[in-house]
Ligand binder design. Structure first.
Ligand SMILES: N[C@@H](CCC(=O)N[C@@H](CS)C(=O)NCC(=O)O)C(=O)O
Length: 203
Protein backbone atom coordinates (compact mmCIF):
# COMPACT_ATOMS: atom_id res chain seq x y z
CA UNK A 1 0.00 0.00 0.00
CA UNK A 2 1.37 3.40 -0.98
CA UNK A 3 2.48 5.47 2.01
CA UNK A 4 2.67 9.26 2.00
CA UNK A 5 3.56 11.75 4.68
CA UNK A 6 2.39 15.33 4.10
CA UNK A 7 4.06 18.15 6.01
CA UNK A 8 5.92 21.41 5.63
CA UNK A 9 9.46 21.82 4.31
CA UNK A 10 11.00 21.91 7.79
CA UNK A 11 11.55 19.40 10.60
CA UNK A 12 8.77 20.34 13.09
CA UNK A 13 6.59 17.56 14.45
CA UNK A 14 7.00 15.40 11.32
CA UNK A 15 10.72 14.74 11.58
CA UNK A 16 10.37 11.94 14.17
CA UNK A 17 7.96 10.24 11.76
CA UNK A 18 10.40 10.66 8.87
CA UNK A 19 13.20 9.27 11.05
CA UNK A 20 11.16 6.22 12.05
CA UNK A 21 10.11 5.53 8.45
CA UNK A 22 13.73 5.80 7.26
CA UNK A 23 14.97 3.65 10.14
CA UNK A 24 12.37 1.03 9.15
CA UNK A 25 13.52 1.29 5.51
CA UNK A 26 9.88 1.98 4.64
CA UNK A 27 9.12 3.21 1.14
CA UNK A 28 7.09 6.38 1.45
CA UNK A 29 6.50 9.63 -0.36
CA UNK A 30 7.77 12.55 1.69
CA UNK A 31 5.42 15.27 0.46
CA UNK A 32 6.60 18.72 1.57
CA UNK A 33 4.77 22.03 1.23
CA UNK A 34 6.54 25.36 1.31
CA UNK A 35 5.50 27.09 4.50
CA UNK A 36 5.82 30.50 2.87
CA UNK A 37 2.84 29.57 0.63
CA UNK A 38 0.65 28.64 3.61
CA UNK A 39 -2.29 28.69 4.00
CA UNK A 40 -2.92 26.92 0.71
CA UNK A 41 -6.67 27.15 0.99
CA UNK A 42 -7.58 24.10 -1.08
CA UNK A 43 -5.15 21.92 0.82
CA UNK A 44 -6.09 23.29 4.24
CA UNK A 45 -9.79 22.79 3.52
CA UNK A 46 -9.12 19.21 2.45
CA UNK A 47 -7.33 18.29 5.70
CA UNK A 48 -9.49 16.62 8.35
CA UNK A 49 -8.50 19.16 11.05
CA UNK A 50 -6.98 21.81 8.79
CA UNK A 51 -3.43 21.02 9.89
CA UNK A 52 -0.39 18.98 8.95
CA UNK A 53 1.07 16.39 9.28
CA UNK A 54 -1.21 13.97 7.51
CA UNK A 55 -0.26 10.35 6.89
CA UNK A 56 -1.78 8.33 4.08
CA UNK A 57 -1.70 4.58 3.59
CA UNK A 58 -3.66 3.39 0.58
CA UNK A 59 -7.03 5.11 0.91
CA UNK A 60 -6.79 5.67 4.69
CA UNK A 61 -5.46 8.77 6.44
CA UNK A 62 -4.59 9.84 9.97
CA UNK A 63 -3.58 13.19 11.41
CA UNK A 64 -1.92 14.05 14.77
CA UNK A 65 1.84 13.64 14.75
CA UNK A 66 2.00 11.43 17.85
CA UNK A 67 -0.65 9.04 16.56
CA UNK A 68 1.22 8.76 13.26
CA UNK A 69 4.60 8.33 14.98
CA UNK A 70 3.22 5.62 17.27
CA UNK A 71 1.60 3.81 14.35
CA UNK A 72 4.69 3.74 12.14
CA UNK A 73 6.77 2.84 15.21
CA UNK A 74 4.48 -0.14 15.89
CA UNK A 75 5.10 -1.38 12.34
CA UNK A 76 8.82 -1.23 13.07
CA UNK A 77 9.00 -2.82 16.54
CA UNK A 78 9.63 0.47 18.31
CA UNK A 79 6.66 0.17 20.68
CA UNK A 80 7.16 -2.31 23.54
CA UNK A 81 4.62 -5.09 24.02
CA UNK A 82 4.40 -4.59 27.79
CA UNK A 83 1.38 -2.33 28.57
CA UNK A 84 3.17 -0.63 31.47
CA UNK A 85 6.15 0.25 29.27
CA UNK A 86 3.75 1.51 26.60
CA UNK A 87 2.10 3.79 29.16
CA UNK A 88 5.49 5.00 30.43
CA UNK A 89 6.43 5.97 26.88
CA UNK A 90 3.08 7.62 26.25
CA UNK A 91 3.71 9.75 29.36
CA UNK A 92 7.20 10.59 28.12
CA UNK A 93 6.00 11.75 24.71
CA UNK A 94 3.28 13.87 26.32
CA UNK A 95 5.94 15.42 28.59
CA UNK A 96 8.06 16.11 25.52
CA UNK A 97 5.04 17.76 23.87
CA UNK A 98 4.34 19.84 27.00
CA UNK A 99 7.81 21.28 26.49
CA UNK A 100 7.18 21.70 22.74
CA UNK A 101 3.98 23.67 23.44
CA UNK A 102 6.11 26.35 25.14
CA UNK A 103 8.23 26.57 22.00
CA UNK A 104 5.07 26.71 19.86
CA UNK A 105 3.82 29.68 21.94
CA UNK A 106 7.14 31.40 21.20
CA UNK A 107 6.91 30.58 17.47
CA UNK A 108 3.36 31.93 17.23
CA UNK A 109 3.94 35.16 19.18
CA UNK A 110 3.90 38.14 16.82
CA UNK A 111 4.69 40.90 19.36
CA UNK A 112 8.49 41.19 19.45
CA UNK A 113 8.74 42.24 23.09
CA UNK A 114 6.55 39.36 24.21
CA UNK A 115 8.46 37.00 21.92
CA UNK A 116 11.76 38.00 23.51
CA UNK A 117 10.28 37.45 26.94
CA UNK A 118 9.03 33.98 25.96
CA UNK A 119 12.44 33.02 24.60
CA UNK A 120 14.18 34.21 27.79
CA UNK A 121 11.74 32.19 29.88
CA UNK A 122 12.28 29.08 27.74
CA UNK A 123 16.07 29.38 27.83
CA UNK A 124 16.34 30.31 31.50
CA UNK A 125 13.60 28.18 33.04
CA UNK A 126 11.62 25.84 30.80
CA UNK A 127 14.52 23.97 29.20
CA UNK A 128 16.08 23.16 32.53
CA UNK A 129 12.76 22.22 34.12
CA UNK A 130 12.08 19.59 31.45
CA UNK A 131 15.57 18.52 30.44
CA UNK A 132 16.80 17.89 33.98
CA UNK A 133 13.91 15.43 34.23
CA UNK A 134 14.50 13.86 30.80
CA UNK A 135 18.16 13.44 31.76
CA UNK A 136 17.18 11.45 34.86
CA UNK A 137 14.99 9.12 32.80
CA UNK A 138 17.76 8.57 30.24
CA UNK A 139 20.35 8.08 32.97
CA UNK A 140 18.38 5.33 34.69
CA UNK A 141 17.36 3.57 31.46
CA UNK A 142 20.71 2.95 29.77
CA UNK A 143 20.49 6.10 27.65
CA UNK A 144 16.97 5.43 26.33
CA UNK A 145 13.51 6.11 27.76
CA UNK A 146 12.77 2.43 28.51
CA UNK A 147 16.14 0.68 28.41
CA UNK A 148 16.07 0.02 24.67
CA UNK A 149 15.38 1.98 21.49
CA UNK A 150 11.74 3.04 21.23
CA UNK A 151 9.52 5.55 19.45
CA UNK A 152 9.85 8.02 22.35
CA UNK A 153 13.57 8.37 21.60
CA UNK A 154 12.75 9.41 18.03
CA UNK A 155 10.07 11.87 19.16
CA UNK A 156 12.49 13.37 21.67
CA UNK A 157 15.30 13.88 19.18
CA UNK A 158 12.92 15.34 16.57
CA UNK A 159 11.46 17.81 19.05
CA UNK A 160 14.90 18.89 20.30
CA UNK A 161 15.94 19.53 16.70
CA UNK A 162 12.73 21.38 15.85
CA UNK A 163 13.08 23.52 18.99
CA UNK A 164 16.65 24.33 18.01
CA UNK A 165 15.57 25.36 14.52
CA UNK A 166 12.91 27.78 15.74
CA UNK A 167 14.78 29.12 18.78
CA UNK A 168 18.14 29.34 16.99
CA UNK A 169 19.77 27.57 19.94
CA UNK A 170 21.31 24.25 20.94
CA UNK A 171 19.12 23.47 23.90
CA UNK A 172 20.76 20.08 24.53
CA UNK A 173 24.21 21.59 25.23
CA UNK A 174 24.19 21.14 29.01
CA UNK A 175 22.56 17.71 29.00
CA UNK A 176 24.99 14.87 28.24
CA UNK A 177 22.46 12.03 28.07
CA UNK A 178 20.38 14.07 25.64
CA UNK A 179 23.43 14.79 23.48
CA UNK A 180 24.30 11.07 23.50
CA UNK A 181 20.76 10.10 22.47
CA UNK A 182 20.77 12.67 19.66
CA UNK A 183 24.01 11.22 18.34
CA UNK A 184 22.68 7.66 18.65
CA UNK A 185 19.48 8.37 16.69
CA UNK A 186 21.31 10.42 14.06
CA UNK A 187 23.72 7.58 13.38
CA UNK A 188 21.13 4.80 13.08
CA UNK A 189 21.11 3.01 9.73
CA UNK A 190 18.51 4.64 7.50
CA UNK A 191 18.40 7.81 9.58
CA UNK A 192 22.06 8.57 8.94
CA UNK A 193 21.68 8.34 5.16
CA UNK A 194 18.46 10.37 5.26
CA UNK A 195 20.18 13.16 7.24
CA UNK A 196 23.10 13.17 4.80
CA UNK A 197 20.71 13.55 1.86
CA UNK A 198 18.44 16.17 3.43
CA UNK A 199 18.64 19.87 2.59
CA UNK A 200 19.52 22.06 5.60
CA UNK A 201 16.40 23.45 7.28
CA UNK A 202 15.81 27.16 7.60
CA UNK A 203 12.94 29.09 9.07
N1 LIG B 1 -1.48 18.42 17.52
C1 LIG B 1 -1.15 18.46 16.11
C2 LIG B 1 -0.71 19.87 15.80
C3 LIG B 1 -0.51 20.05 14.32
C4 LIG B 1 -0.01 21.45 14.02
O1 LIG B 1 0.06 22.33 14.89
N2 LIG B 1 0.36 21.64 12.75
C5 LIG B 1 0.88 22.90 12.33
C6 LIG B 1 2.33 22.74 11.87
S1 LIG B 1 3.36 22.09 13.14
C7 LIG B 1 0.04 23.41 11.17
O2 LIG B 1 -0.52 22.65 10.39
N3 LIG B 1 -0.01 24.74 11.04
C8 LIG B 1 -0.74 25.40 9.98
C9 LIG B 1 -2.13 25.76 10.39
O3 LIG B 1 -2.55 25.52 11.54
O4 LIG B 1 -2.83 26.33 9.54
C10 LIG B 1 -0.06 17.43 15.78
O5 LIG B 1 0.77 17.16 16.65
O6 LIG B 1 -0.07 16.89 14.66
Amino acid sequence: MAKKLHYFDFNGVAEPIRYILHYGKEKFEDVRYEYKNWPMKNLKDSLPYGQLPLYEEGNRTINQSLAIARYVATLNNLVPTDPWEQAVLDAIVFNIYDFWQKVVAYIKEKDLTKKQFLKKEIMEETVDYFFSRFEKELQKNKGFFVGKLSWADFVFVGIVEASNLFLGEEIERKYPNTVALLNKIRSLPGVKEYIASRKPYTF
